[in-house]
Design a protein around this ligand. Structure first.
Ligand SMILES: [Zn+2]
Length: 325
């Protein structure tokens, strides 16, 4: 761990009797010793802050939204409240704001993954610039840094499934009749992206949505246009995959870059492919990378690729600093 030691950052994983807690915490000096937990679950150790990059369930906002030490964007907090029907107890900011967390100046940047998704950036006492991205759809707004803590949802260069591009023209072609169409999409993230793409494609009519997608879209989008429930009078419906079979429609498509579904798919992702991830690393030009998400083998694969590029990289499973709690 020499490079991280030189950078003055100690990445830590917490472990209980049940196993590792998800994701990672970063301990560093900034006048005093501080720990920022990244997308982790609530812990009795009470870090100085729980940073929540976005409201997808695998980033654990549900667990830490009750803590006054939680920090996330206004939209992420609203999404968590809609998703879990509970009050968010932490602090919020507008994406792009600079905020003070435990005396540290933290810049925030959009990652274009979901509405409200945020990257966090700060410097420690020795001037190391730390950037934590969460999931990223577009890295164009991210700054240069010394330590990049990022994701590898599609991080395996040797896997053809990790190479894709959004098929916007295919999307427009598929929906152009604007009638009898059902689109399968995750309620948070993909469903709002689908609404935006439909509006950008020139469809201004009613869009029917399942209850969760409808609540999130109404709660998070200012310019969603006319929306209704799935049984409303509408030409286009958007629903979670599980609800798709029950919908009456002449054409059904799933919005995904995955290739393991029987329903016809349109390649629309909330993520970058592996080339996007590598491009982000080149753009941010870090001295070291920690790939902290998701589970499975892809973080190790991306870290191996980046190491070959000459960038010191470790996946979460290769980080051995562990605190038993
Ligand atoms: Zn996500």
């Amino acid at each position: 761990m020499k490079p991280l030691y030189d950078l003055g950052v100690l990445p830590v994983r917490y472990r209980t009797g049940k196993g590792f807690k998800p994701h990672i915490s970063l301990t560093f000096n900034a006048e005093k010793n501080l720990t920022f937990a990244i997308d982790t679950t609530n812990s009795s150790l009470s870090p100085d802050s729980y940073l929540i990059t976005h409201a997808h369930s695998d980033h654990n906002g549900k667990s830490v939204m009750h803590s006054e030490r939680a920090v996330c964007s206004e939209e992420t907090a609203r999404a968590l409240e809609i998703l879990y029907g509970k009050k968010y107890a932490g602090r919020t900011f507008k994406v792009g704001d600079t905020i003070d967390i435990a005396g540290v100046k933290v810049n925030t940047y959009p990652t274009h993954h979901t509405i409200g998704s945020t990257a966090f950036f700060w410097e420690n006492e020795v001037g190391t610039r730390i950037l934590v991205t969460g999931d990223v759809k577009d890295a164009k707004d991210l700054p240069k840094c010394d330590l990049l803590v990022t994701e590898a949802n599609y991080g395996d260069y040797d896997d053809p499934n990790c190479h894709f591009q959004d098929d916007i023209s295919g999307f427009r072609e598929a929906v152009k009749e604007y009638d009898g169409i059902a689109l399968g999409a995750y309620a948070f993230g993909k469903a709002q992206r689908a609404v935006r793409l439909l509006r950008e494609s020139g469809y201004y009519g009613m869009i029917g949505m399942d209850p969760a997608s409808l609540a999130l879209t109404e709660g998070l989008m200012d310019n969603a246009g006319q929306l209704c429930g799935l049984d409303g009078d509408c030409g286009i419906r958007i629903a979670a995959l599980a609800n798709l079979p029950a919908i009456q429609a002449t054409k059904k498509f799933l919005l995904t870059c995955r290739r393991d579904y029987k329903v016809p798919t349109i390649s629309i992702s909330d993520h970058m492919d592996v080339n996007g991830l590598i491009g982000m690393v080149e753009q941010c030009a870090p001295q070291a990378v920690i790939v902290y998400h998701p589970g499975g083998h892809r973080p190790v694969k991306l870290a191996a690729y980046l190491n070959k590029m000459g960038v010191y990289s470790r996946a979460l499973t290769q980080i051995n600093n562990c605190i038993e709690i």
